[in-house]
Write a protein that binds this ligand. Structure first.
Ligand SMILES: Nc1ncnc2c1ncn2[C@@H]1O[C@H](COP(=O)(O)OP(=O)(O)OP(=O)(O)O)[C@@H](O)[C@H]1O
Length: 320
């Protein structure tokens, strides 16, 4: 197997004769943000536990950072934020990170510089001297995230990392994830907040009953198209014909005087500036040029809707 961040082949876990992870094959390259989605009970947490070496697979292969997840040398390069974050309430945030830093093998000098930097990064700057028992739920989640990224892991597992956070906190976590990616850290993100996943993940996998239903980049999941909504003041000057040469005009609406709306399907991001150029060349004025993000929620519901159990879980999908 390759030296990907995560590689699994036909991974299985059976509890009392019931397969909860049933032949899961996944590959996550280094530096990628990967969304792992599925209804409640799909086997996501069990998979993450196997990837972390906390649960022994019943079958198949699993490699993490090119090694075995139970190897301490591999584990030292992993970060993990569990969904249910619990820690000794008498510890201060600072002490908690000291403890984590020591477990991860950071030197005293590294801990001295890294801990305040990480507290700042997760929005807890100046709060490290307070005990965890006095932290709000959102602060605890931030502290857990600080623990997960403290030792500059090469792969981080984030299980519902923003469930306790307000909208600003969610944006901050997204920025942290983007920084991790920029540093080459792979992120395995488990989240029911599909709008969040849409914005931050390079690729996603949908799982159900322990099996991958589909996986790919947002573009691949959209069937390779990039729908763009365009608003201009007029389609005169042959603009519609020019647009039709750039992509597929799916819809055009000129019912409102002084306004024309066009839905154009492109195939590549780099065609977007050409659309703006075409508008200017036709002498029209451009009011909006908006690429449409893939609607993961619709995909999710379509994929899982074929069982009553799954449809119930789908109803629990929340929007950020
Ligand atoms: N230790 C265990 N013993 C028996 N069954 C288990 C055990 N752990 C998980 N399961 C079962 O495995 C299935 C998958 O559970 P898992 O927690 O992996 O799902 P999940 O996709 O993470 O769900 P959620 O979105 O609700 O967190 C569930 O039916 C669960 O009851």
């Amino acid at each position: 197997m390759s030296e990907a961040a995560i590689d699994t082949r036909d991974l299985r876990k059976t509890y009392r004769g019931r397969a909860v992870v049933d032949g899961l094959t996944l590959s996550v390259p280094r530096g990628e943000v990967f969304g792992f989605l599925g209804p409640n009970g799909a086997g996501k947490s069990t998979t993450v536990k196997m990837l972390l070496g906390l649960v022994h697979p019943s079958g198949g292969e699993v490699r993490v950072l090119g090694g075995h997840p139970q190897d301490p040398a591999v584990r030292a390069r992993l970060g993990f934020l569990p969904e249910q974050f619990r820690f000794q309430t008498w510890m201060t945030g600072q002490e908690f990170l000291e403890f984590h830093g020591r477990l991860a093998g950071l030197s005293a000098a590294e801990r001295r510089t890294r801990i305040p930097a990480v507290l700042d990064e997760v929005g807890l700057g100046g709060r490290g001297h307070e005990t965890l028992g006095g932290y709000s739920k959102g602060m605890l989640q931030r502290a857990g995230l600080a623990g997960a990224i403290l030792a500059r892991p090469e792969l981080v597992f984030l299980d519902e990392p923003t469930s306790a956070l307000d909208p600003i906190g969610r944006i901050e976590v997204r920025e942290i994830i983007e920084r991790l990616r920029a540093q080459g850290t792979a992120v395995f993100l488990n989240s029911h907040l599909l709008s969040e996943v849409e914005q931050v993940c390079d690729r996603v996998a949908f799982v159900k009953r322990g099996r991958v239903l589909t996986q790919g980049s947002m573009r691949e999941l959209m069937g390779g198209v990039l729908p763009v909504d365009l608003r201009v003041n007029t389609l005169a000057g042959g603009l519609l014909d020019t647009l039709a040469r750039l992509g597929e005009v799916r819809r055009s609406d000129t019912n409102t005087p002084g306004r024309a709306d066009v839905e154009l399907w492109l195939t590549r991001d780099d065609q977007i500036p050409a659309v703006a150029d075409a508008v200017h060349a036709a002498g029209a004025r451009l009011y909006a040029l908006t690429p449409r993000r893939p609607d993961l929620e619709t995909m999710f519901l379509d994929l899982i809707e074929d069982t009553p159990e799954a449809a119930r879980s789908g109803a629990e999908v929340r929007r950020a």
